[in-house]
Design a protein. Structure first.
Ligand SMILES: *Cc1c(COP(=O)(O)O)cnc(C)c1O
Length: 381
């Protein structure tokens, strides 16, 4: 089955009790038993919920995995993955990781004796230099936020496998429509379903998909034992969002490419970061592992002054000023004062994150209106 068909049908059957074509929201905490221990496979809703099970099967199909396991948020999903480790174990991760992931690794799991290292994953030798007997997990994120750096998933996973190390790929920015890391050798793929999978900025949910039975069993155990499960209504909303995932992502990518090309020749705009540009640092990797180049674009202003960026950000009307990404509506953000404000300026500059760097999550509106909106905001500079 091809992707668009899987998005709509995989793992989804009409409701057996009524024939309802859409998966019902099973808003229940428990299930009656005919006799003690005699039930229909559902005992208590932390452990199993039919709405959640359908979403988990659908996600497994989209990522070409064996099982999906859903959590109350992307960070709860990450917490479950890291709980596979023991005190003393080490993680190697990218140096421009999503801020929330960095915070969890360093400030939460670090306290329980799990040490994380952060490197530029474009240099395999830097990863190799950090591998030791305690290395249990390599955590990949690609493309990254907001510099849109790419990591060669197959190359890093090959290195990890050679050393008996688990790999997890945060696939939030690409979505399974653009990239399926399990096919490239990853053990675990993770989503903040809050973003492209949901696609309508109305729900927080996280998921992992694995291809190995033992990993699936361990993650299901943690899902039930820790209890960070999503509610059935949230699962329903993600299932509904996924039905148009391929349409939304394709449109967002085409819009993003046109906007990036427009910005590139704009007199007020300096550097433009888009993986679809042949001179982008990760273009060759993107071409190899992604179907299209994504719906995110970052750019900086020619005049590198903080207040100039604020002027642009305050004057768009269709692009809403907000954190998050992956919804049908376009968003504009300023990493230096929003998502990356806690990082010292000198550190920010090292990775190219200047005071006027602006990040766009391009939605599915008509692209000419989006370009017009950016142009009138850039006029104010
Ligand atoms: C948003 C995000 C997360 C965290 O997901 P939540 O659903 O907000 O908990 C993790 N990774 C990436 C890349 C994200 O963008």
């Amino acid at each position: 089955m091809k992707f668009g068909t899987k998005a709509i049908h995989a793992g989804i059957e009409p409701d057996p009790s009524t024939g309802a074509i859409m998966t019902p929201i099973y808003q229940t905490s428990t299930y009656t038993q005919e006799a003690p221990g005699k039930h229909k496979g559902y005992e208590y809703a932390r452990t199993q919920n039919p709405t959640r099970s359908v979403l988990e099967r659908n996600l497994a199909a989209l990522e070409n995995g064996l099982e999906g396991i859903c959590y109350s948020s992307g960070l709860a999903a990450m917490d479950a993955v890291i709980r596979l480790l023991n005190p003393g174990d080490e993680i190697i991760s990218t140096n421009d990781l999503y801020g929330g992931s960095f915070r969890q690794m360093t400030q939460v799991h670090g306290r329980y004796g799990i040490k994380s290292h952060f490197v530029d994953m474009n240099h395999l030798d830097q990863i190799e230099a950090l591998i030791n007997a305690n290395t249990r997990l390599i955590w990949i994120e690609t493309p990254t936020n907001p510099m849109l750096n790419l990591v060669d998933i197959a190359a890093v996973c090959q290195l990890a496998a050679k050393n008996g190390i688990l790999t997890c790929v945060d696939n939030t920015f690409a979505s399974p429509y653009l990239q399926t890391p399990l096919d490239l050798g990853a053990d675990i793929v993770l989503h903040s379903a809050t973003k492209y999978l949901g696609g309508h900025s109305d729900v927080i949910l996280g998921a992992v998909v694995v291809k190995d039975e033992k990993l699936a069993k361990d993650l299901h155990f943690l899902q039930n034992a820790v209890g960070a499960v999503p509610g059935p209504q949230d699962c329903f909303l993600i299932l509904r969002g996924i039905k148009t995932l391929h349409l939304r992502v394709e449109r967002a990518c085409h819009n993003a490419q046109q906007i990036a090309e427009h910005l590139l020749q704009h007199p007020k705009v300096g550097k433009v970061y888009y993986p679809g540009f042949p001179d982008h640092r990760g273009h060759e990797i993107a071409k190899k592992q992604m179907r299209l180049f994504g719906g995110m674009v970052s750019f900086e202003l020619k005049q590198d002054q903080f207040d100039k960026a604020i002027s642009v950000l305050s004057n768009t009307h269709l692009f809403s000023l907000a954190e998050s990404l992956g919804g049908v509506e376009s968003l504009i953000g300023h990493p230096a004062s929003m998502t990356h404000a806690s990082i010292p300026k000198a550190e920010r500059l090292k990775v190219g994150l200047t005071d006027t760097l602006i990040r766009l999550s391009v939605g599915v509106e008509d692209v000419s209106d989006l370009i017009e909106d950016l142009d009138q905001a850039l006029q104010t500079v």
